[in-house]
Design a protein. Structure first.
Length: 201
């Protein structure tokens, strides 16, 4: 993997020397390819989860450092305990990607207390959840089969998929039905009464 990461960094250094217009085209192309790859991985994993007996095989595959890095980059798995406590991040080209911009996501008043608000930000369907001072933003798609979650029952900081019954912690995105599965969690912050979201990709 070191050689692959080194090659990615070499190519990024070349692009960094291009004109702003040319570099913007290269970044846009890369982002489009990554979005396509991410959606393909998501559909692949959803299909695998639907097959009996594949969950243990998936857990074993994630022990491979490259598989882990790629699935983390696309927000398809949560950080391992080792990564969460370790000061050393994933190699930069494989680290979970985020857009650089904080995007407007309405106001705090629009999110009901102990409830959710479904919206679309930057083309991404998301759920905003608020409980007291706690605020989070997660993908509005069940990690099991991709069904929208906003019609599900919300209680005690969890939401249950209305189609397949998978339950998720709205603060962390963790699936309570199938440990190891998770919703993609986006960055969220408050400026005055305004809610801003930075999408994880």
């Amino acid at each position: 993997m070191d050689a692959l990461v080194a090659e990615l960094e070499r190519l990024e250094a070349i692009v960094a020397g291009w004109s702003p217009a040319d570099a913007a085209v290269a970044r846009a192309y890369r982002a489009a390819v990554e979005d396509l790859n991410g959606e393909a991985f998501r559909r692949f994993i959803i299909a695998l989860r639907a097959e009996p007996g594949t969950f243990s095989a998936m857990r074993a595959a994630v022990r491979d450092e490259l598989v882990y890095a790629i699935l983390r980059r696309y927000g398809l798995i949560k950080p391992s305990p080792q990564e969460a406590s370790a000061p050393v991040p994933l190699p930069r080209p494989l680290a979970p990607a985020q857009t650089s911009a904080w995007l407007p996501a309405g106001t705090l008043r629009e999110i009901p207390e102990d409830g959710i608000r479904a919206t679309t930000i930057g083309g991404e369907p998301v759920l905003l959840w608020r409980s007291g001072a706690a605020l989070s933003c997660v993908q509005n798609a069940c990690a099991h089969q991709g069904f929208p979650l906003d019609g599900g029952i919300v209680a005690d900081g969890t939401i249950v998929c209305p189609r397949d019954g998978f339950a998720y912690d709205l603060a962390s995105g963790d699936c309570l039905t199938a440990p190891g599965v998770a919703l993609r969690v986006h960055g969220v912050r408050v400026a005055g009464d305004d809610v801003l979201v930075r999408l994880a990709r």
